[in-house]
Write a protein that binds this ligand. Structure first.
Ligand code: CA2
Length: 151
């Protein structure tokens, strides 16, 4: 059974309480619950962490190497600024899917660049809370393919 680490970056703890027009009305807890339900159907496990601190997220990525098969990450604004997160993902080399609630390419130009994208297997952006569920499906599919090809 695959175990997946779900990482939520800065300010995502405010989901459902502010700016529902951009980020939707679901709370982070509700998104995590939806992911757990989707994980049960896929027969994988998910564990979620949220932090507003870059170093905490870097440490969580390092620690993932021991315990998880893949990472689903919404790095929030660190997507556009953090070489440290990018380096951590590259260093552990765990299959990683990047997700965003909003379509970052329809927003301000500073959101169009992701430091995470080049070290992720793919990115899902713009489907609200469904981005996470779609990202989980994509990650699990990738892990299953990897398992089939490596035995
Ligand atoms: O669309 C996404 O998921 C983002 O990763 C969200 C980040 C933003 O900086 C990225 O460009 C795109 C912001 C998360 C802020 O979350 C809030 C939630 C509720 C109220 C205020 C902020």
């Amino acid at each position: 059974m695959f175990s997946i680490l779900v990482l939520h970056g800065p300010n995502l703890n405010l989901l459902g309480q502010r700016e529902p027009g951009i980020y939707g009305s679901l709370t982070l807890e509700a998104i995590d619950r939806q992911l757990e339900e989707a994980a049960a159907v896929l027969q994988v496990t998910v564990s979620s962490l949220q932090s507003n601190h870059e170093g905490f997220l870097v440490d969580a990525i390092h620690d993932a190497l021991e315990q998880y098969h893949g990472i689903l990450i919404n790095a929030g604004a660190y997507t556009h600024t953090s070489i440290a997160l990018r380096d951590a993902i590259a260093a552990v080399a765990l299959p990683t899917v990047e997700v965003h609630l909003s379509n970052i390419y329809r927003r301000e130009p500073f959101r169009h660049h992701s430091y995470i994208a080049p070290v992720a297997i793919g990115q899902i952006s713009g489907f609200g809370a469904d981005s996470y569920r779609l990202g989980l499906h994509a990650l699990v599919h990738h892990l299953k393919q990897l398992e089939l090809s490596t035995g």
